[in-house]
Design a protein around this ligand. Structure first.
Ligand code: UDP
Length: 317
């Protein structure tokens, strides 16, 4: 059995996924040090943790040298813009945090003899020609297209992580995260679930890009984070998909959002972004077999919980 890490550095810990992860780590008794430059993260996501024993926040850009005094058992690298809207607005920062940020995180982990955990992405599969996506699929990515800044940064991050593992012989974990949603997504982050829910709650037009036939598989944040914790403590070195295999077209998602929010929004169609993947669904065989992990929250239930969260924000604005 792998030892359970105790003092954990989370880069990007003030972000959507990072903040949920910190909460769970603290809840199981770990100490947590968050490094975040708050570019897409928000102190509001973690302010309720400031008084928790063992919680430290440091405002820092992890693309520059990082150092954390004292023992560290694991470095979890979650810092990065992750919504297409964000990474298209911050292409250089995205490339830097995926490359230099990963290198710095690995350097810290190595210096501390700590485990390194990389938040990678289903975007490494690009516009996949294998469906559903298994970890041994190498992907179909346009390196010079606009999305390349995120996809290639994460592919480099995976390569760097494996090189450190092979060359320096220390423990690494790589999670490939599929579309995840839930409370603490930013209402304006541009992702499909946040866009549709906010539009529906305001009875504004719901913007489908393209004809809505492209598909995604949406995982509720609590399930996703449960998968991270299982992987962190497991003995899998190569990449592991963590996502919900329930696959929906974007049109189906729009209809479900309208239903769940009881909205009078109309649907409008806008241009499909360049290189938008046509399909995406995780093959979770590895996670199920090696981690005993399976998502438990259906899309409708997750959307209801997320709508409640956005409802509070939308009615305040
Ligand atoms: N999308 C959409 N309307 C929106 C936002 C996104 O139709 O208002 C589409 C987008 O083109 C993509 C899918 O929804 O096909 C998922 O987009 P998202 O930005 O959430 O993440 P991606 O999976 O593309 O990284």
């Amino acid at each position: 059995m792998a030892p359970t890490p105790r003092r954990i550095v989370v880069t990007g810990g003030a972000g959507f996924l990072g903040s949920h992860l910190c909460e769970r780590l603290l809840g199981r008794g770990d100490e947590v040090v968050v490094l975040d430059n708050l570019v897409t993260g928000d102190l509001g996501n973690i302010e309720h943790l400031f008084d928790e024993p063992g919680f430290t926040f440091v405002e820092h850009d992890v693309s520059t040298y990082i150092w954390v005094p004292g023992d560290v058992d694991a470095v979890l690298h979650f810092a990065s813009p992750a919504s297409p809207k964000d990474y298209l607005e911050m292409p250089i920062q995205t490339l830097k945090v995926g490359s230099l940020g990963t290198h710095n995180g690995l350097g810290l982990a190595r210096a501390k003899s700590a485990r390194f955990f990389l938040a990678s992405t289903s975007e490494v599969y690009g516009d996949p020609q294998v469906h559903p996506q298994t970890e041994d699929y190498w992907g179909h990515v346009n390196p010079v297209g606009p999305r390349g800044v995120y996809d290639e940064a994460k592919r480099f991050a995976e390569a760097m992580t494996m090189a450190y593992h092979r060359h320096h012989g220390f423990d690494v974990r790589i999670v490939r995260i599929f579309n995840t949603y839930g409370p603490r997504m930013r209402p304006e982050d541009g992702r499909v679930v946040s866009n549709f829910l906010v539009q529906a709650l305001r009875n504004d037009p719901i913007t489908i890009y393209g004809d809505g036939s492209q598909s995604r598989s949406f995982c509720y944040v609590d399930d996703e984070v449960e998968g991270f914790l299982a992987l962190l403590d497991a003995d899998i070195t190569g990449p592991c998909n963590i996502g919900n295999p329930g696959e929906f077209t974007i049109s189906e998602l729009a209809d479900l959002v309208v239903e769940v929010t009881n909205s009078s929004s109309e649907i409008v169609y806008e241009a499909l972004p360049v290189d938008d993947p046509t399909q995406r669904r995780p093959d979770n065989t590895l996670a199920e077999r090696a981690l005993g992990w399976k998502p438990t929250i259906e899309l409708r239930e997750g959307l209801e919980k997320t709508a409640e969260y956005f409802d509070g924000l939308v009615s305040r604005s």
